[in-house]
Design a protein around this ligand. Structure first.
Ligand SMILES: O=C(CO)[C@H](O)[C@H](O)COP(=O)(O)O
Length: 222
């Protein structure tokens, strides 16, 4: 059974004619975009904004009408994946490098649905390295500031060179081990000059759908 697909397809049931939809990024959001594409081909009338170039390209291929974010005044539902989800529905996101656009879209949506397989459900956030988006200027200085609170900070690489986000920035992956106070850490990191944003999504998810290997869908709401 494809757990990511099961969770994603359940979330897509919430989408209705006339809605503006935020499209997430990653291998779980992929299945949501595929299902939305199928429903659009069957006649569903929606508009969408994407959280990454990759998701936008996929949506266009599938015939989903993409509009510039600036052109819309409301976003009804966003469906996106996560790297970790804790019992309070706080998240780590950004494993796919799209955390900044994902956070902007999630922050401006009326109802943010997170879809995941059961491997993403954790008691305490932090085993997954927290992605922090950093501007290239003085990036080593910013990294040293990150190292003051985190024992293991690594630049994300792609094909042996620094990974560059859709916004032209770097990602520092920060392995905290355990994040006891996600809200405090999120605020502290975003207070460091040179940090654009980080992958902690605190209090943003309205609903989380977790697909379990026994076939059940565990739906949690805020
Ligand atoms: O935050 C993300 C991308 O920036 C993804 O939603 C997150 O990494 C989960 O990805 P996947 O669904 O492939 O496991």
């Amino acid at each position: 059974m494809n757990l990511k697909k099961a969770a994603a397809e359940k979330a897509v049931e919430a989408i209705k004619d006339g809605m503006c939809i935020g499209l997430g990024t990653g291998s779980t959001a992929y299945w949501a975009i595929q299902k939305i594409g199928e429903r659009v081909r069957e006649g569903l009338k929606i508009e969408a904004v994407a959280t990454s170039v990759a998701s936008e390209e996929l949506a266009v291929q599938l015939g989903i009408p993409i509009v510039p974010f600036e052109n819309i005044t409301r976003l009804d539902i966003t469906i996106d994946g996560a790297d970790e989800v804790n019992p309070e529905l706080h998240l780590i996101k950004g494993g796919g490098g799209a955390l900044l656009r994902e956070k902007i879209v999630a922050a401006n949506t009326n109802y943010f649905i997170v879809v995941a397989d059961e491997s993403k459900a954790v008691d305490t956030l932090g085993s997954f390295a927290l992605p922090v988006e950093v501007v290239p200027f003085a990036s080593e200085w910013t990294k040293r500031r990150l190292e003051a609170s985190c024992p293991d900070v690594q630049w994300r690489l792609k094909d042996g060179v620094r990974y560059i986000t859709d916004n032209g920035n770097y990602i520092a992956d920060c392995r905290y081990g355990e994040i006891r106070d996600p809200a405090a850490l999120e605020a502290m990191l975003n207070g460091i000059p040179g940090v654009v944003d980080n992958g902690l999504f605190v209090g943003m998810a309205d609903q989380v759908i977790i697909a379990k290997s026994d076939g059940e869908l565990d739906t949690r709401v805020k």
